[in-house]
Design a protein around this ligand. Structure first.
Ligand code: G6P
Length: 463
């Protein structure tokens, strides 16, 4: 079997979000050999030209260092102040500084130059996320002929939003140089197809330079998932049980409404707290018997829009506390810190309601992890944004429009009042979907499509 080379901006163990993906791909990398390639997390004066290999808990990881200025333009600039907001349809929060593109391109070139000498001709390369859209082009320009796949973890934008991105045609041409482009949800593939149709030479006759030829690459929806069995186990582990006890001690007889999200404007956190405020204000009988807990580890805090989201959340949480707290009851706990997966699994299991209401999200793995952590005999209820990729999978959740805080407040009331029988019936369907769309199935189906057909054929004959 050919080796697998995984490439992402962050390598496992170097960032809070590497968790689920790292666990999934670690298994696959162990089966197929190969290594993980990415940024070391170090900023230096002169960019490294060669990767350093390191063994991270048995996983072979090759890393390069970046210069501070390249990293700023590539990460905080082009990736997270242009691509991230545009792909999440928040052009109002984008900072369009076209010159960041040079740093973005330079880092992708640096990745390609350092990766190329490490490649064998039949290695399969799997590139992850919006930081690295040009990587296949850069590798191919240097002569790489390998099969290269790309997976977009975030939503694909509408054609209009895409047009707001500087150099969008080059980026889309870069995308067309992958053999396989995977996206989270059908809606993303539709948006992509719409763009590709717009670009077809016939629709822009007279300007062939603008056309992007997607005929060489394949595109498809490959919804990512969690490891539901691992989460189910983790939710009854000693670490999870310890967390449950800690919370139960301070919140006796409270039904817990839980949110867990990176502190990002795409997650709809202020709107979510506002919906909770409406619940408490409309239905006074919930006061003293429910408690909302929002865990929101800070993220990308060098970027102004993230600081502003954090301030907005501070303000609304303070308002709800001031409005409803009593000397012996607090409506809300707001924690700006990251927790390990076992502690989170405990909190998910304890919660009566999982409140997952991003304004727009590629998939949202919290929804998967919440479902997997439930007690089958007394499960909690998932409230899920219609605009998360997960809504295509979990249609037995209570689906809401997260911009409509009245609707979310009503969903909260419905979830809190939901009889046990209905909670069990809904959860069983959700758990079956979490199994069907596990992270293992995700990586296998993507790699199955990316593997050259002759290798697929010979492994099928062996089986
Ligand atoms: C999202 C992106 C990932 C990213 C993660 C954390 O999930 O899709 O690519 O790693 O956020 O963001 P950060 O900027 O800290 O890497």
């Amino acid at each position: 079997m050919s080796r697998l080379i995984v490439v992402s901006n962050r390598t496992p163990g170097k960032g809070p979000a590497a968790g689920g993906l790292a666990v999934a791909l670690r298994k696959t990398l162990a089966e197929r050999e190969g290594f993980w390639f990415g940024w070391s997390g170090k900023l230096v004066d002169a960019p490294s030209t060669e990767a350093r290999f390191e063994d991270i808990d048995g996983l072979s990881v090759a890393q390069i260092d970046l210069t501070r200025s390249d990293h700023h333009a590539y990460y905080a600039g082009f990736s997270n102040s242009i691509l991230w907001p545009s792909f999440h349809l928040r052009l109002d929060l984008a900072t369009i500084e076209g010159h960041w593109y040079e740093g973005y391109r330079a880092v992708n070139q640096q990745f390609a130059r350092a990766l190329l000498p490490l490649l064998k001709p039949d290695d399969i390369i799997w590139v992850h996320d919006y930081h690295l859209i040009p990587l296949a082009s850069e590798l191919r320009n240097l002569g790489a002929r390998n099969r290269i796949g790309f997976y977009l973890h975030i939503p694909f934008p509408t054609t209009d939003a895409l047009y707001a991105i500087p150099h969008h045609n080059e980026l889309m041409r870069d995308l067309s140089r992958y053999d396989l482009v995977g996206m989270q949800a059908n809606r993303d593939v539709s948006a992509f197809t719409e763009f590709a149709d717009h670009q077809s030479p016939s629709s822009i006759s007279g300007n062939p330079l603008k056309s992007v030829d997607f005929t060489r690459s394949e595109t498809g929806a490959f919804p990512i998932g969690s490891d539901p069995d691992a989460f189910a186990k983790m939710a009854v582990s000693p670490a999870a049980t310890k967390m449950i006890r800690r919370v139960e001690r301070v919140l006796p007889d409270q039904r817990l409404i839980l949110g867990v999200d990176r502190l990002d404007y795409s997650k709809g956190l202020p709107q979510r707290v506002e919906a909770y405020e409406k619940l408490l204000s409309n239905d006074a009988h919930f006061r003293r018997s429910v408690h909302m807990m929002q865990i929101a580890p800070p993220s990308r805090d060098s970027i102004k829009e993230y600081q502003e989201t954090s301030d907005a959340l501070d303000a609304i949480c303070g308002r709800v506390m001031g409005r409803f707290a009593e000397p012996d009851w607090s409506p809300l706990t707001y924690v700006k810190r990251a927790y390990g997966q076992p502690s989170l699994a405990g909190l998910y299991r304890l919660a009566r309601v999982g409140l997952v209401t991003p304004l727009r999200d590629g998939m949202n793995l919290v929804a998967h992890e919440f479902v997997a952590s439930q007690d089958p005999e007394n499960p909690g209820v998932l409230i899920l944004s219609r605009f998360a990729g997960a809504a295509e999978i979990f249609d037995d959740a209570i689906l809401v429009n997260p911009f409509d805080t009245d609707e979310t407040a009503e969903a909260l009331r419905m979830a809190l009042d939901m009889p046990l029988k209905e909670r069990i019936a809904r959860w069983e369907t959700l758990m079956a979907a979490a199994h069907k769309h596990s992270v293992d199935n995700w990586s296998h189906s993507f790699l199955e499509r990316l593997t050259p057909s002759d290798e697929r054929l010979s492994s099928a004959t062996r089986d």
